[in-house]
Ligand binder design. Structure first.
Ligand SMILES: [Zn+2]
Length: 225
């Protein structure tokens, strides 16, 4: 008995020469095809790649989270844990964390800003403390610490010695935050990803690969989007 047929969600025809299959973040299958490529051949192509499509869809659906609406019951990250959101009537503070995120109903229309302000307020002292801790261990000291809004990088280190960290980092577990701090501090000495750089990271944090893998796997979910 054949398995259930694969559903093609969208076919996009352009002046390309080959057929390509794309499984979107929400699991939809998009087929990119040449302008006059017959539908029967698209179907045949898809069914000959059905194992790949199914495993890809299973993987992305497992990790998929719909965009945040800031409604009661949604969960938000802090230090590697997810906490549910509840809406409360009291007006202040706009947002607090007491085993659950408590958002004032009056602040709900600007919930994203309230969350960002809250994360930033946590991020500054926490990251400064971890930078000071590892500076003490390694003797590596930056000139300045900056909080960024970067979406695609957790931290960076400028040639002038400014260490930047995105406020989103406080959504990650403490050990992953430490890894990013150590990573950027080590860039003060090694402004590259050479073997010497990774050896310096490993000297401070022998298990850093676990943290790096965690950020790679879950990092996309650490967002207010
Ligand atoms: Zn780096």
């Amino acid at each position: 008995m054949p398995l259930a047929e694969i559903v093609i969600d969208v076919v996009i025809r352009t002046r390309r020469k080959t057929v390509a299959l794309v499984v979107e973040r929400d699991g939809r299958l998009v087929v990119r095809a040449p302008l006059r490529f017959p539908q029967a051949q698209i179907d045949a192509f898809v069914s000959s790649h059905s194992d790949w499509v199914r495993s890809r869809q299973a993987l992305v659906r497992k990790n998929y989270r719909p965009p945040h609406q800031f409604a009661a019951g949604e969960s938000f990250w802090y230090l590697g844990q997810q906490y549910p959101l509840v809406i409360v009537e009291q007006k202040r503070p706009a947002l607090s964390l007491e085993g659950e995120f408590r958002l004032a109903r009056a602040a709900q229309p600007r919930a994203c800003e309230a969350f960002e302000a809250w994360y930033r307020a946590q991020a500054r002292p926490l990251i400064e403390e971890r930078v000071a801790h590892f500076a003490g261990l390694t003797g590596l000291r930056g000139k300045k610490i900056r909080l960024s809004s970067a979406r695609t990088r957790w931290g960076s280190c400028s040639s002038r010695g400014t260490l930047s960290f995105t406020w989103r980092l406080v959504m990650a577990p403490p050990e992953a935050i430490d890894y990013v701090v150590v990573h950027e501090l080590c860039h003060l000495k090694h402004p590259n990803h050479s073997p010497a750089f990774w050896a310096a990271v490993a000297a401070v944090m022998p298990g850093y690969k676990v943290q790096r893998a965690w950020l790679k796997k879950r990092g996309r979910d650490l967002s207010l989007d």
